[in-house]
Structures are given as structure tokens and as C-alpha cells.
Design a protein around this ligand. Structure first.
Ligand code: NI
Ligand code: MN
Length: 227
């Protein structure tokens, strides 16, 4: 499993059979100005919720790649009715679906969700993805929630992508507990540094995870991690 960080909460996950892209927000992100969205591969675009900092480039990348958009019912229906984009897969919380590359479960997140034009975006979520080369949890934007403890009952995770920026989501202190709840020692941080509200001290963040026996990986934008 190869994971590439495109800044903010956007990551690409590559398996032997598919490219998954989560929460594309690249062209509005000045920190990601060196990333060219026309070069990003995607067979599936998974959207955790409707906020602009998670969906900004989804339509453009979908139209170029013909990727399947996977999200909650409200969000994929918006792409179909407002943007005439019909390669969609609706999910809702607690449900799983087996795609060609593996299995996806849409799980709870505590946050809000509205689409850029004000359309109701359903309830926000996260994704647990099981593939032949490893399993990952993409938490999306969320508070620390007790529901995270359900995830390891069904899936043994190899890596968890957790927001660490605080203010809009959980911060470092809570994310350390989230790692314990999902029983995963390898964490890739997301949703930090993009705006003034969510700047984090990288060394302090890594030290907090290390003290709990976990490794926090903070990738440079454009950098990949592989296991
Ligand atoms: Ni959000
Ligand atoms: Mn966000």
C-alpha cells in the first residue's frame, strides 16, 4: 500500500489494482501549489463530507479520470443532479461495499457537512479500507469519538490517517487516544498547517505519539509512504 500526501486532508492510496483519492483540496491550497492535479491518478474518489476543503477538486479530477465518486448518499446525489456526474456509489454510516480493489466501510465522524453551494451534505463520515496489501482508516474531519473503538473489532489496521490540527477537528492530544481506540501504531497526520487555525508543532506532535508507543508520520506535500 502506497500513500501519497497532496496536502491538507488529501491523500492518494495506491493498491495493485486501483488508485484511491481521498478529499481532494489542492488548487485552493497555497502549500500545494507545486502539485498538478492533471497528473493525479484516480479510479475512485472518496469524499468524507461536503466541505470545500475536502471536495474542491473532486469534480475536475473525476471528469478527467472518470473515477467513481464514493461518499454518502446526499453528496453523491449532488454530483449526479447538480453536475450530471453519474459514476457514483452512495453509502451511509455502518455500511460496507466490496469494490474491485477491496472493501470500504463508511464510519461515523463527529463534524458537520454542507456542500459548497449550501446543499445539505448528509452526515460526515470516515472510511475504513481493506485491501490485499493492507488496511487503512481515513478519519476525515472528526472529533475523538468512542465509536472509533468499533473499528478494530472488524478490521486490523496497518495505518490510520487522523486529523491533528485541532480547532475544526481533534488535535494531537485526542488523536493519540484515537490511535489507541483504533489499535493502530502507525499514524499519518492530516488536516494541519493549511490555515492559521490548525498550525501544529511537528516535533511536539511526533513526541506525543512516540510517548504513547506510536509513530506519527508527517509527510511533505507530494511525498509518499509505503509499507
Ligand atoms: Ni470539514
Ligand atoms: Mn476540513
Amino acid at each position: 500500500m502506497k500513500i501519497t500526501y497532496y496536502g491538507h486532508a488529501c491523500v492518494g492510496v495506491e493498491t495493485p489494482t486501483a488508485h484511491l483519492l481521498f478529499d481532494p483540496f489542492i488548487t485552493p491550497n497555497p502549500l500545494a501549489s507545486h502539485i498538478d492535479i492533471s497528473t493525479i491518478p484516480a479510479d475512485y474518489i472518496l469524499l468524507s463530507h461536503g466541505h470545500g476543503d475536502h471536495v474542491a477538486d473532486a469534480l475536475a479530477i473525476a471528469q478527467r479520470t472518470k473515477a467513481k465518486i464514493v461518499s454518502n448518499y446526499e453528496i453523491v446525489t449532488w454530483y449526479e443532479t447538480q453536475h450530471q456526474y453519474s459514476n457514483i456509489h452512495p453509502m451511509n454510516h455502518g455500511g460496507s461495499w466490496s469494490f474491485g480493489f477491496g472493501k470500504v466501510r463508511y464510519v461515523n465522524a463527529i463534524h458537520s457537512s454542507v456542500l459548497p453551494d449550501g446543499t445539505y451534505g448528509g452526515n460526515p463520515g470516515g472510511f475504513v479500507v481493506e485491501t490485499e496489501v493492507g488496511n487503512c482508516y481515513f478519519a476525515g474531519d472528526t472529533a475523538l469519538t468512542m465509536d472509533m473503538q468499533l473499528i478494530p473489532r472488524f478490521t486490523r489496521l496497518d495505518v490510520a490517517l487522523l486529523p491533528i490540527g485541532s480547532n475544526f477537528t481533534m488535535g494531537i492530544e485526542e488523536a493519540v487516544v484515537a490511535a489507541e481506540f483504533v489499535q493502530c501504531k502507525t499514524i499519518i497526520g492530516i488536516h494541519y498547517d493549511t490555515f492559521g487555525f490548525i498550525k501544529v508543532d511537528h516535533e511536539a506532535a511526533k513526541a506525543a505519539f512516540a510517548a504513547a508507543g506510536c509513530e506519527l508520520i508527517l509527510l511533505d506535500i507530494g511525498e509518499s509512504w509505503m509499507r
